[in-house]
Design a protein. Structure first.
Length: 392
């Protein structure tokens, strides 16, 4: 699934539209709180600068509802990018229009111009043809470097590359390569470690990976409906409903394909009345308790199971990591991966930030920037922002 690379783009002296994913968190005083996504785009931007391209950056930030909103201006992002590059990054006066066109025309070789938040314009999320054409008219080439948005059929991810010669940036190429390896040729045994909530949203991913994995380990709220289907009494713990048939289908599929399924054997649960934390068995959770983390025996079981792996894919916390009392399960299991040989890949949500906060970033060979795009890729979906890019 290799895509035509930015390395092959005739960029010298050309205005190059680069779609980046600089949708980063900001502090209350308007500074970038976490610049990981900006840093990930530097390789492509520095390459284009050295090639003498005239770079026009496109990104969204937050959800401004299709109208200008100073809370979601990309000016703080442009300032941080300028600091990281050690080179000035001009800020356009808007997204499109005569003044933006003038700023684009005045760019010099190696220069950078940042357009305002794409979502300030209602045509972005609607993939409006007129807006896409206006954006495309600013450049001569297009580079897709925002893997985190390729699952969206928006003007900047589909409409623009349909109108210009288009290329994949280094980050997008790397994402496609690393995630494709999980689907096509993972080192065996291939183990999948999944947590988090919103079970119904994870079912397509479970279905896809259960046809490729050798083992699946489930934690977090994701494990609850599967435990209940396996006969566990979870007491007062809320469990996402109407998933019995899906759970039965999952167990039948994994049995037929000889895929091992590892579920928690104990939990850390908070007693609602007292606030005290108790270790409880997963087969029978006492009344009046809420589950917030996997227990010590489950941690040992998960780590022992993962010791046999050649590849591990992780998505989703195994407990409520935002509460120090309940981050131990996720932290302990993920840190243990550092001592287990093999390829370890993470994707989904703010996994990179979570790994840094848990001190487990060094356990992973690759941490995807893709969020929902990465998970949809692994589900085998056709992503419109990749489909529109020419093959290598």
């Amino acid at each position: 699934m290799a895509k035509r690379s930015v390395r092959d783009a005739p960029a010298a002296g050309k205005r190059v539209l680069v779609r980046v994913d600089h949708n980063v968190p900001l502090t209350e005083d308007g500074r970038v709180a976490d610049d990981m996504r900006i840093v990930e785009s530097l390789e492509t931007l520095e390459f284009l600068r050295k090639e003498g391209a005239r770079i026009i950056l496109l990104s969204h930030l937050g959800r401004p509802q299709g109208a200008p909103d100073p809370r979601f201006s990309l000016r703080p992002v442009a300032r941080r990018l300028s600091e990281l590059l050690g080179h000035p990054v001009a800020m356009a006066p808007g997204v499109v229009g005569p003044e933006v066109e003038r700023a684009a025309r005045e760019l010099r070789d190696g220069g950078l111009l940042y357009l305002e938040n794409l979502r300030f314009h209602p045509g972005e999320e609607k993939n409006d043809p007129a807006f896409a054409a206006e954006l495309a008219s600013l450049g001569e080439l297009f580079v897709e470097e925002a893997f985190g948005t390729v699952h969206r059929a928006h003007a900047s991810t589909v409409g623009v590359p349909q109108r210009l010669p288009s290329y994949a940036g280094f980050l997008v190429s790397r994402e496609v390569t690393e995630l494709s390896r999980l689907l096509d040729a993972p080192a065996r045994p291939f183990m999948v470690l999944l947590g988090g909530a919103k079970v119904v949203d994870k079912l397509p991913l479970l279905t896809q990976l259960s046809s490729r994995a050798d083992g699946i380990l489930l934690g977090g709220a994701l494990a609850f409906p599967f435990l209940r289907e396996a006969g566990a009494d979870l007491g007062d713990q809320p469990v996402e409903g109407s998933l019995g048939p899906s759970c039965r289908e999952f167990f039948a599929r994994t049995r037929s394909r000889q895929v091992s399924v590892t579920l928690p054997v104990d939990f850390l649960a908070e007693e609602t009345a007292s606030g005290e934390v108790h270790q409880v068995p997963s087969r029978k959770v006492p009344a009046g308790h809420r589950i917030f983390d996997i227990g010590p025996r489950t941690r040992e079981l998960f780590i022992a199971t993962l010791q046999k792996s050649g590849t591990v894919f992780w998505n989703g916390p195994l407990g409520r990591v935002e509460d120090p009392r309940f981050r131990g399960g996720t932290q302990e299991v993920l840190r243990a991966l550092a001592g287990i040989p093999g390829v370890h890949v993470s994707a989904g949500g703010d996994s990179g930030r979570a790994l840094r906060e848990l001190g487990a970033e060094g356990s992973f060979h690759y941490v995807s920037t893709g969020g929902g795009a990465a998970l949809e890729f692994l589900e085998g979906r056709d992503l419109p922002g990749l489909r529109v890019l020419p093959e290598a």
